[in-house]
Design a protein around this ligand. Structure first.
Ligand code: AMP
Length: 479
């Protein structure tokens, strides 16, 4: 998962980008980068770590110019190599371009193989580099036509900002997996800047007004001189979706997006509250208090409390300063990480029957540890309630849900899971209830109004494209 940001026509372009990336830091903590366009040449500053670790005042003297794009990365395709740090840049048909990508190209392996067989040399292992090669191979004269040529063969989640000498482009694949919004930042007199961002929280931080979403299959191009915005529609290709349906990632609503972001027309926090209300109706519990696993469980727990009438309490406190620096992603240390991050308030939970609400269970590590901590702190009962269905299938579109065999819901029945977590009861939000809430409000300006609009593949294993079907099937044969 990653966060992307772009800004045109602003003498503070790279600083605005830096701020935008701060607001998108939750989408990727592994590396950060900014590319600006100064007098026709690209300037690049990027590195490993958080935005605050990568950038300091001195970087900005090397990021001049009125246009910039930025990226924060959490690698879900390709490893943590320096060559994979985005934005990527290259000379394509005599012109230097830079691009920042969020999402996973699911047919990356086969495209890379074909390109390598015909002589292509790759610097890194990230799927995004494929796009540079496809751009270089197009025979079209105009860059925008080359871009369209390069985008068509891709399957999966492709949300992009691209910077050339004359234009900035923003694109969302025809399935619309990942969000991308357009904002407008007003300047002096008639002056204004266009802003592109993965989430509206980044527009808020830089003081830009939300204009609209980039729609599925839409390529938005800004002329860097006139600031005129042009829209090109790319039709859904049969290899991109076997149903022809848009397929927004529902996990953005459940977990990934910041709660203050408006995703596809709906505020994420309010959606989570509604999911919590549905959860209370579907899975009531005999309890004294509702507590959240912060932060992602908080709006869900508030919704549960509203619908059930059971009081909400802050029974777990999160340490916000843990960071990620020295914690290796191994199972042993993951156990320890939960303790480091969350501490029960003993005086609140002691002797109480608790409803404990979280957004999801993936491996089960977090819930198991938290239930243990709460029991040690004196909780009388722990009723675990989860604001999404059981995650049974891996995601190939950019959410880091692991291999099938690591997913607890893939290995165990509900009763077995409840036992393994040492919960008094366990309830997941049914998929129908999830669909009911997220599809209730429709989408802004979508082509397929009223049709199924969300990807639920991590819950039901229904992948839209043959690339993901192949990855999802251990035998490598589409099901
Ligand atoms: P697990 O311990 O593997 O069951 O992970 C579940 C916890 O991780 C929940 O508290 C979620 O809030 C959080 N979570 C869910 N999906 C992700 C993800 N893709 N990356 C990081 N954390 C996640």
């Amino acid at each position: 998962m990653c966060g992307i940001f772009g800004v045109t026509n602003n003498s503070d372009a790279s600083r605005l980008c830096y701020l935008g990336l701060f607001a998108l830091q939750h989408r990727g903590q592994e590396s950060a980068g900014i590319v600006s366009l100064n007098e026709g040449a690209l300037q690049v500053e990027k590195g490993r770590g958080l935005v605050s670790e990568v950038f300091s005042e001195k970087n900005f003297s090397a990021l001049q110019g009125k246009q910039a794009i930025g990226h924060v990365r959490y690698s879900t395709a390709g490893g943590a190599l320096d060559a994979n740090i985005q934005p990527l840049y290259a000379r394509v048909a005599g012109e230097t371009i830079a691009l920042a990508h969020n999402g996973n190209i699911v047919n990356a392996d086969s495209l890379r193989q074909t390109l390598e067989q015909s002589g292509a040399i790759f610097q890194g292992t990230a799927d995004t580099e494929i796009l540079l090669h496809l751009l270089a191979r197009s025979r079209k004269n105009q860059f925008v036509d080359r871009l369209v040529d390069a985008l068509i063969p891709l399957e999966g989640a492709v949300t992009l900002v691209v910077l050339t000498k004359t234009e900035m482009h923003a694109y969302v694949d025809p399935c619309g997996y990942r969000p991308l919004v357009i904002g407008k930042l007003r300047g002096e007199g008639e002056e204004f800047s266009w802003i592109f961002a993965s989430e509206t929280s980044a527009l808020d931080l830089v003081g830009a007004d939300f204009v609209r979403d980039v729609n599925p299959g839409e390529l938005v191009s800004v002329d860097l001189v006139s600031q005129r915005l042009r829209s090109t529609a790319l039709p859904m290709q049969s290899h991109q979706s076997n149903t022809g349906e848009e397929s927004r990632c529902v996990f953005e609503h459940i977990y990934f997006a910041r709660p203050d972001s408006t995703l596809w027309g709906q505020n994420a926090s309010l959606v989570r509250q509604e999911l919590g209300q549905e959860l209370a109706r579907c899975h009531p519990a005999p309890a004294d208090l509702v507590i959240a696993i912060p932060d992602s469980g908080t709006p869900l727990a508030m919704g549960y409390s509203q619908a059930s009438g059971i009081p909400f309490a802050t029974g777990l406190i999160r340490n916000h300063y843990v960071g990620r620096t020295f914690i290796e992603p191994t199972q042993t240390v993951r156990n320890f990480r939960v303790r480091l991050k969350l501490n029960p308030v003993k005086e609140i939970v002691r002797g109480k029957r608790l409803v404990v609400v979280d957004d999801s269970i993936v491996r089960g590590t977090t819930s198991r540890k938290i239930i243990e901590l709460l029991r040690e702190a004196g909780a009388a009962q722990v009723h675990m309630r989860i604001g999404s269905p059981p995650v049974k299938f891996p995601c190939f579109y950019g959410i880091d849900t692991p291999k099938r065999k690591e997913l607890i819901a893939q290995k165990m029945s509900l009763v077995e899971m409840c036992d393994a977590l040492h919960a008094d009861s366990l309830g997941f939000l049914p998929q129908e209830a999830l669909v009911r809430v997220v599809e209730k409000h429709g989408f802004n300006g979508t082509r397929n109004q009223g049709k199924k609009g969300f990807c639920m593949s991590c819950f039901d294993g229904t992948y839209q494209d043959s690339g993901a079907q192949i990855l999802g099937n251990p035998e490598g044969v589409p099901t």
